[in-house]
Design a protein around this ligand. Sequence first.
Ligand code: ADP
Length: 217
Amino acid sequence: MELTNRQERILEIVKGEGPITGEKIADKLSLTRATLRPDLAILTMVGFLGARPRVGYYYTGKTGAEIPIEQLKTLKVKEYQSIPVVVNESDSVYDAISAMFLEDVGTLFVVNADAKLAGVLSRKDLLRASLGNQELESMPVSIIMTRMPNITVCYKEDMLIEVCKRLIEKQIDAVPVVNRGPDGGYEVVGRITKTTMTKLLVDVMNRDLPMKEETHE
Ligand code: ADP
């Protein structure tokens, strides 16, 4: 990110004299505290400065590039996965559409009678099946889903950034997080979606990684 001249000067002051209050920084620059407030907010948000009540601003030692790269590289799927929404392969297309609305997700994972991953249903899969089709209640999702073994999966120990690359390469919105069972089947234990990645970006910008306990998407 490009810093303005004023932001650079604020950083210099805090580097040399921090922790220092907003008022003192303003005095040094012969500006009002109100004028400075947006700059201090930006510098804190991107992580150049830390702020503590009754102490003031201090320099974190971070440079612009360090924050996202160093944090993103170390994050694992398990820290960000959200709860998967699954339907059975014998469920109807109508049921799947209802589940998508009720659960407010864009991708459903389909499991077989052994509760193992059998397929994936995206919004467009369901839209396509619905076009001009009156038999949605009697049509099982197994007819229209993308099926195993053509499903892109990930594991909870995988690096989140690798899964992010897979979402883009494969042009898909979601990847199931799976455990491989002794019989070779996949148990679905989570999901990583484009929404997960958007939230991650916001967390990194805010340097607020503990937001990960919340449900994502
Ligand atoms: P949409 O179809 O609504 O644009 P996606 O881009 O996620 O949503 O899906 C595109 C196609 O890829 C769909 O046919 C879907 O069934 C399939 N798909 C979605 N997720 C996966 C996945 N993890 N592995 C394999 N195929 C998938």
